[in-house]
Unconditional design. Sequence first.
Length: 167
Amino acid sequence: MSVPKEVSEPHKELRFTRAAQAQNLLVVSAIAAALGMFILVTSLLGHPNFYWGLSVPFFLTSGLLIRLSIRCTRHAYLILTPLGLEIFPLIKPEKNLNLIYWSQIHRADFQKDQTILRLHFDQEGRSGVVLSLKPIAPPKRLLLEKALKGRLTLGDKKQTPRVTEPL
């Protein structure tokens, strides 16, 4: 299991959060809250088929989704550090962190619509990591591609870039 090392210059990190996921969660949370409010108001107006207790699960779901969206916005999904690329899963990120050092990455491929990132550890592309970029907001995906191109071509000035064009 990879363990992050102390970074001597934390201001040189690029953090990418799950902001696109957070937006979707907030929309679903608003819908759940609206349904809960509809059921509550209808029951308070005296409709015989609606009970105020039916609105409680909708309000609880809305609250949990808001809390999850705040977590997605505040905590990182990908961090580009001087040491390498840190990948944080949504569940138990402190335990399931994946750190990939820059020296391990041979090549990086972005899918044409920038929703998939493939990091290859060998020249043939038989080993590596596949990352979904859907949790990252679309404008930030361009920044990620530019940052990876810049970092991977930094040590290879005489060689061809290790970031390939979109598939």
